[in-house]
Design a protein around this ligand. Structure first.
Ligand SMILES: O=P(O)(O)OC[C@H]1O[C@H](OP(=O)(O)OP(=O)(O)O)[C@H](O)[C@@H]1O
Ligand SMILES: O=C(O)c1cc(=O)[nH]c(=O)[nH]1
Ligand SMILES: [Mg+2]
Length: 194
């Protein structure tokens, strides 16, 4: 899938939002990619996951035996990715603020896992999810995300695949450009505010 085709999927889903957003990291942005809207259409979700799975070299793909994603945003993306890879999907969640594997999901010691996100901005949530998967016994051998909006700044210890790479400016809350400060801020994600 080309970059234009991926962007067309996001546009068709009304998922490219403009305004004043409080991101998971606490940073602010004038743009938000609402992947939940993209994944509202399961056929669209499956098309995107197939395209992302096709980027993963066979040497890695053949070793992945589960996809684990961080809730909420990663859940549907991870499920579609697991379908594309022909493996099981699980998720970690943070009922008390820290990601953990619950609901009877289990990893065998050393089980090789793909960690799947919907969006990477700073990469903090991804690193926290990887830590939780490793604490549960898994070995994260690669990660993937529908969107990497870090402009290449988010770096990981494992190979990282993404369908759409963007470089979207983010701002500290006390250093907003005036046009952003003039808009009411909304926080679409579910991480508790610091
Ligand atoms: O790379 P980062 O700076 O960590 O930002 C990206 C994260 O932010 C969003 O999740 P959020 O914490 O808003 O919660 P959600 O998944 O429940 O929407 C998104 O789903 C990623 O997990
Ligand atoms: O950093 C975030 O929290 C974030 C950014 C974005 O564009 N989309 C999203 O779902 N989360
Ligand atoms: Mg998330």
């Amino acid at each position: 899938m080309t970059r234009d085709e991926v962007l067309a999927e996001f546009r068709a889903a009304d998922a490219l939002l403009e305004g004043h957003f409080i991101l998971s990291s606490g940073l602010r942005s004038s743009r938000y990619l609402q992947c939940a809207r993209v994944l509202m259409d399961p056929r669209r979700g499956s098309r995107l996951a197939e395209a992302l799975a096709a980027q993963i070299p066979d040497t890695i793909r053949g070793r992945i035996s589960a996809v684990v994603s961080p809730a909420m945003g990663g859940v549907i993306a991870g499920h579609e990715m697991a379908r594309a890879l022909g493996v099981e999907a699980m998720f970690v969640e943070r009922p008390t603020g820290t990601f953990e594997l619950r609901r009877g999901f289990r990893l065998t010691p050393g089980q090789q896992v793909l960690m799947m996100e919907d969006v990477v901005t700073t990469g903090l949530s991804s690193r926290e999810a990887i830590k939780a998967i490793e604490a549960a016994g898994g070995e994260v051998i690669a990660m993937a995300s529908l969107v990497d909006r870090s402009g290449g700044a988010a770096a990981f210890d494992v190979p990282f695949f993404s369908l759409l790479q963007l470089d979207v400016p983010t701002y500290q809350p006390d250093a907003l450009p005036p046009e952003l400060a003039a808009l009411p801020a909304i926080k679409p994600g579910s991480r508790a505010e610091a």
